[in-house]
Design a protein. Structure first.
Length: 354
């Protein structure tokens, strides 16, 4: 086995440092996973560049989009040994009142790798065993993916999957995805897989054009429209395609104040806004619009582990394409890759490979 190591953040904005560590035996109900890949998420950039505080003290390995193979387990979890798995980006305790009532996303004892505990930019990680998602590697091969590739299922795919499920999206619905990079791109694919007609909204012409091949039926560059004109363009598209002018489901995935403002401006009667992206920026809104339109706004924190198998199934069935949207790099290039992603010079989701 490779000697265990992590790339840790000692303080925000200062280069990650590679450090060796002693790998303890898993405690009760724990397993140790040899990391196959770990995705670089917008949240990681927030911790490193924007001063978003981690719950765990530094130094800390970031990274919460993790796949790998179980190489050690406590006696009660030995059935996981040797299995390929995806580790949930947010791991609920499974025992508290919230978890018992099916409200795992608000579990107050939840653990997020790279925030509450050491993360996946490492050779190994030890995590609770009860929420792992098993991966059928034979099925992966059939769709041209590797175990490392599906690391990003742990957030970029499952997070919008839960958002779509919460929105009760289905046949005949009009879904508008604001921000189609990363999570938003998968949101468009998932919404289409659920039978909705999807409108993609972004400021990046290349991303918009690409999304037309992956779920979107209409792509609109918000830089070319003011708020009213954008809503009017979507309304015209709905009319042309015999879709409702009411009850649009809007998914804000950009994680920007501008994107949130755009999403709120697209409220319709009976409409729904899913807040999927995160930003520290503040926004002034007239919340009475929710009352006037009898509309709803719903937050979406991570994804409950119960959704993981179904989200992965969409990938396995080819209904959600990942390959065009991911790219692998050696973990030892972490400092270079973070800089490139931060400067918006990478159009695909980076997956770091130990």
């Amino acid at each position: 086995m490779v000697a265990p190591y992590r790339w840790v953040m000692n303080e925000p904005g200062v280069a990650f440092e590679k450090v060796a560590f002693d790998l303890p035996d898993p405690a009760s109900n724990e397993v140790t996973v040899e990391v196959a890949g770990c995705g670089v998420c917008h949240t990681d950039l927030g911790y490193f560049y924007d001063g978003v505080r981690t719950n765990s003290a530094l130094p800390l390995a970031l990274g919460h989009e993790i796949s790998g193979r179980v190489v050690a387990a406590d006696n009660g979890s030995s059935s996981w040994l040797g299995k390929a798995v995806i580790i949930p980006a947010v791991i609920p305790c499974g025992y508290c009142d919230h978890c018992q009532r099916g409200k795992m996303t608000i579990c107050r004892e939840q653990k997020m790798p790279g925030n509450d505990i050491q993360g996946g930019f490492a050779s190994h990680i030890t995590v609770p065993a009860h929420c792992l998602c098993e991966v059928d590697e034979t099925a992966l091969e059939k769709v041209g993916l590797t175990l490392a590739d599906v690391a990003v299922v742990a957030d970029a795919v499952t997070t919008p999957y839960q958002a779509v499920d919460q929105a009760e999206l289905g046949e005949g619905d009009l879904a508008v995805v604001v921000g189609v990079g990363g999570v938003g791109g998968y949101a468009a694919q998932i919404a289409a897989a659920m039978g909705a007609t999807v409108v993609a909204v972004d400021v990046d012409a290349d991303k918009l054009q690409k999304q037309l091949d992956y779920g979107a039926s209409l792509a609109l560059n918000v830089a070319e429209y003011d708020g009213r004109a954008l809503k009017k363009a979507i309304s015209a598209f709905a009319a042309e395609n015999d879709l409702r002018q009411t009850e649009w489901k809007v998914f804000e995935c950009s994680g920007t104040a501008a994107g949130q403002n755009t999403a709120f401006g697209l409220l319709t009667y009976g409409g729904y806004i899913a807040v999927v992206g995160f930003t520290m920026a503040k926004l002034e809104l007239r919340l009475s619009n929710l009352m006037a339109f009898h509309a709803r706004a719903q937050g979406n924190w991570g994804c409950s582990p119960e959704y993981y198998a179904d989200a992965l199934k969409l990938v396995m069935e080819g209904k959600v394409s990942m390959k065009p949207f991911i790219r692998q790099y050696p973990l030892d290039q972490i400092n270079e890759i973070f800089a490139i992603v931060h400067d918006h010079k990478l159009s695909a989701r980076a997956i770091l490979i130990p």
